[in-house]
Design a protein around this ligand. Sequence first.
Ligand code: PLP
Length: 374
Amino acid sequence: MLSKIHYAKPSITEREVAYAADAARNGWAEHCFDYIHKFRDLLKDYLGVPHVIPTSSCTGALHLGLAALGIGPGDEVILPDITWIASAAPVTYLGATPVFVDVLEDSWCIDPAAIEAAITSQTKAIIIVHIYGNLCDMDAIMAIGKKHGLPVIEDAAEALGSVYKGKKAGAIGDMATFSFHGTKTVTTGEGGALVVRSDALFDKISILESHGRDPRVPKQFWCEQIGYKYKMPNIAAAIGAAQMERIDELVARKREIFKEYVAQLGGIADLRFNPEPEGAYNSYWMSTVVFGKTIPFVREDLISDFKKGNIDARVFFYPLSMMPPFEKCPQNKISYGLYDRGMNLPSYHDLTKDDISRVCGVIKNYLAKSRNPS
Ligand SMILES: Cc1ncc(COP(=O)(O)O)c(C=O)c1O
């Protein structure tokens, strides 16, 4: 039996184990925030941003951020149709409406022209998603946000380490969120972070994230308003701090893996990979391939071949508007034409060259079969 190749898994060393053990032994009472603060400061320095609020998930970070912006019933928030549902669900938690727009064929990220076309008097924010590590066209998006007075939230859940024209993903928009789920480049097990530029919004979030307690009000257990509880645990932050100390190594390994896939599969006509246009540095959270329309391709058949090879396959995200909670948006033609031709390839740090060859072998055999059916 061939060994299992997972699609994602963190890189855990003695450093993560030692920090977690230290947090478990000593991280209580007056030390209960030590690793949370360490993790926060490492992330803040890495991104070069004024404020970072560690959270228990990226979903929670988005919920907090949108609440701080005052998003509520009757409001619309524009976001890409191709993303994970966590980008949209917090919009609905607040009673607002997600408005799904199309993505671009080359980056799989939100189309700035589609954002502009979807703006109405009800629009209150724009959420953009750097999908699989690929970068959105931030110059165009920030210009649209400025022109219409709309805050831009970068959902950078999948893009820690990507860089757009010298600026880190998550350090460009008015707000940004990250995920540190166990599948991500940097993990805390479960976890997230909210990044915010404005001091005024940061003050609002500091109250909202603590069940409505204002840190400037000295009365214990006194709540000024209804807030939220999305805090990152100290033990999780200990793992995250160790990971952040290794961030350059972790991102570099993702890039090596991507390059190996391109080396082995790059010769296949009409097969597209995560792009890295001029001015971009892609952290390639998930090495991804999209099979062009000239390739006879049925996603489920390739998934079945991967399964036979004991390889975990991960499908490209469905357009969110295709799923039951939302209204269909078939006008998002690129999203609807893209999802079932894309596949995330196993991308975890400890993947070996032989593992990558096994994955590529399955793809090559599949393509040979699909082009010459017997
Ligand atoms: C684009 C995107 N946004 C948000 C999230 C939510 O992250 P979390 O699971 O930490 O809430 C994810 C998680 O995978 C994601 O991929």
